[in-house]
Design a protein around this ligand. Structure first.
Ligand code: ATP
Ligand code: MN
Length: 474
């Protein structure tokens, strides 16, 4: 395979012949020279190719921002500051043009509008409308590289620590798993049924029963954890959340480790070690992209990551956390939502706990059973469950997890109390009937992780093609 620009930039310039292939970012001209900056997405940095004006490389070719080119030349030390090397170019081939102005259709040639990514800085909102081109910008190139590297880092971390990668199903017939609204999957002709005034008969549906897109791979992951000891899933997850926030998508990627013979304390230790590992890798291996985020997206993002890596996560039971929040709420105007024992923590509460109470990452544990899922292990107080949420400064919740209920009777009780039928969970209950063991795990939203590392404010900007309420373009 031919070297990419990042490989060429890593070479020492000794006048060796190089070929550059990529897309033109900028073109400048001086009295004697033409400078073309080319980027191929392999790194934030592009490479400058310098042409002698006299050499008149393809005089008639119009080179605009966005055009694809192949440039041949020699790699030489650069006199310009900010770059060690540049290309003393000898030839240029225009591969694909990118008009700078609208061009009407002529003689059977289709009309082409001007390339929408001109040199100026575009708003993230505008770029969301042209998501098919936004990866060509510095910001979205950096996000894409970070996503790719972090996905790999996640596999590295778990594989190095004895976790097996399990592929849990995307379509599930398990009714509600308690995580949120689900998207239904059906092949029934709902329109025709509605026209005839009939209600759908799901026994005639593809799977013979109502089925949905998964909201979590956890229950199935538990079945493998109680066989292989340590497993993880990493795949797409769907929630029909009607919340229009900067932290929620309808389709996102979730990382879910599950460990047998592990209690909540082990789970908290895993979450902390895991986050530090991936943050550390981002700092080391995505340094240039992180420097870009720090300079252009969110000032201080590198320092935040470094401080998390060097911190000790604070552990605080929910009851104590609420006490702290109530104390703060005594001062009028601290919160929009009044905190009270039994409330779900709002993101303003989460922020307060990390930024004001702990001054760093916090793991809140032992939540009231009413606000957590049925599978979480009951504490002796019969009021709280062995849940944990990992909260980080700026973002709030990044991880949600728990020790699972491993006692058969108690789990049946919780299923029934949640208004569900134990027989629907027969296979899940088998894990408690045969060789039950304490086990724990958590879910990390991959996009929340990328948001945190990059400082990108809106979750829609850290996934190539966001799916959210009213949004499924491309
Ligand atoms: P939140 O309270 O933030 O809505 P949750 O309590 O519904 O999250 P869990 O069910 O615990 O979340 O899911 C585990 C993790 O998955 C969360 O900690 C978060 O990182 C991520 N996550 C949950 N919902 C979404 C979503 N709609 N879009 C992106 N990530 C999500
Ligand atoms: Mn939610």
């Amino acid at each position: 395979m031919f070297p990419l620009i990042k490989d060429i930039l890593a070479e020492s310039p000794e006048s060796q012949e190089v070929v550059i292939r990529g897309w033109v970012r900028t073109k400048r001209e001086s009295k004697n020279l033409i400078f073309i900056e080319v980027n191929d997405g392999s790194s934030l940095a592009g490479i400058q190719c310098t042409f002698d004006r006299a050499s008149s490389v393809s005089e008639n070719t119009v080179i605009n921002t966005g055009a694809s080119v192949e440039i041949k030349g020699r790699l030489v030390p650069s006199p310009a500051s900010g770059q060690a090397a540049e290309v003393a170019a000898v030839s240029l081939q225009l591969i694909g043009e990118a008009p700078a102005e609208n061009r009407p259709g002529t003689n059977g040639q289709p009309e082409v509008f001007a390339y929408p990514l001109q040199k100026k800085r575009h708003s993230l909102e505008f770029l969301r409308e042209i998501a098919h081109l936004r990866a060509r910008t510095n910001t979205f190139g950096a996000v894409a590289r970070l996503r790719s590297r972090m996905a790999f880092a996640i596999h590295q971390y778990f594989q190095q620590n004895g976790f097996q990668y399990v592929h849990t199903p995307i379509i599930t017939a398990s009714d509600a798993e308690g995580a949120g609204a689900m998207f239904q999957v059906t092949t029934l002709d709902l329109e025709a049924l509605a026209k005839d005034g009939k209600t759908p008969d799901y026994t005639k549906d593809f799977f013979g029963k109502r089925s949905f897109l998964t909201v979590s791979g956890q229950l199935e992951a538990e079945t493998y954890a109680t066989a292989l000891s340590r497993v993880y899933t990493f795949g797409p997850t769907f929630r029909a959340e009607n919340s229009n926030t900067t932290r929620h998508l309808a389709e996102f990627w979730m990382v879910e480790p599950e460990m047998a013979f592990a209690r909540l304390e082990d789970n908290m230790a895993l979450a902390e070690d895991f986050l530090k590992y991936v943050f550390n890798l981002a700092l080391k291996e995505c340094a240039a992209d992180l420097a870009f985020f720090d300079a252009h997206i969110e000032k201080g993002v590198i320092e935040t990551l470094q401080s998390v890596v060097n911190s000790k996560f604070t552990h605080i039971p929910y009851t104590d956390a609420v006490r702290e929040l109530e104390k703060a709420a005594a001062i009028e105007g601290t919160f929009e939502f009044k905190p009270f024992w039994g409330c779900d923590l709002q993101s303003e509460h989460e922020k307060f706990l990390t930024e004001k109470v702990a001054g760093g990452p916090v793991i809140v544990t032992d939540y009231p059973k009413e606000i957590k899922a049925f599978y979480m292990k009951m504490n002796d107080d019969e009021k709280t469950v062995r849940a944990m949420d990992v909260l980080v400064p700026r973002l709030g919740e990044i991880i949600g997890g728990s020790q699972r209920e491993d006692n058969l009777e108690k789990l049946i009780e919780r299923i029934t109390a949640s208004g569900m039928k134990a027989k629907d969970y027969s296979w899940y209950l088998d894990l408690r009937r045969y060789g039950t063991a304490p086990h724990s795990g958590f879910g990390l939203g991959f996009e929340r992780l990328i948001q945190y590392i990059s400082g990108m404010a809106n979750i829609r900007d850290v996934i190539p093609y966001p799916r959210a309420v009213g949004q499924a373009e491309f």
